[in-house]
Design a protein around this ligand. Sequence first.
Ligand SMILES: [Fe+2]
Length: 230
Amino acid sequence: MKNWHRLNVSTEGALKIDVPSFCHANTERSDIYLPGNGGIWTFGKDEIFNQAWVDYVQETIPYIEITGALVFWRAPGYQHPAAHIDVAPKSSPSARDIEYEDNGFHATNSSDSMDKNDFYPVVSAYNFTLDPLDDSEMTWYKPKEWTNTYDYAELKKFTNAVHYDDVPLEKLNEVDSIRVGSKDLVMVRTNRLHNVRMGQRERWAISARAVMGWSSWKEAVETLKPWIVE
Ligand SMILES: [Fe+2]
């Protein structure tokens, strides 16, 4: 089973800010910032996306109700040595009854907890890169020796809003990869260990997050089948 699917959804007109300028001018609100190497920022949907595009996405695919975004920046060649799965607090998932005001996404995904049992794996995200010539690849992994991934990974916390389970790449075999590109949304699997292989170009990736309408990747793929183009 593939770990990504390209969707029949254009990214044209998605963004209402110049993301690199904004992020570099607002490093104090980043979730992680390594000068010269990379950074992660979170946004509520109204801070980063044009409402017309958010509406277009949901009109095209009723199952995708965008709530916010993570922005990932990496310098050319910067290689993170571990893979992770995305986790979010059980107490505050992207649930339907949450009101996303201001940077609501950040607030509602915050937790002080460092107990794994307080988190659930996020199944899917909707990604694109800013650079049409982006040469990085999102990569997926399986442990070399079978194990329950969720037990095996260490919960690491960058900030209250960004939680990852990190596993060193030496313990893993790569099983899939994709060059996401800038033109259309790619649904990517985030509850399997993943990382990014950098190329020669700077990478700016937008990862839209939506209300989670399913509990497994299989269910996500089956539900979105009519809109999958690759
Ligand atoms: Fe991730």
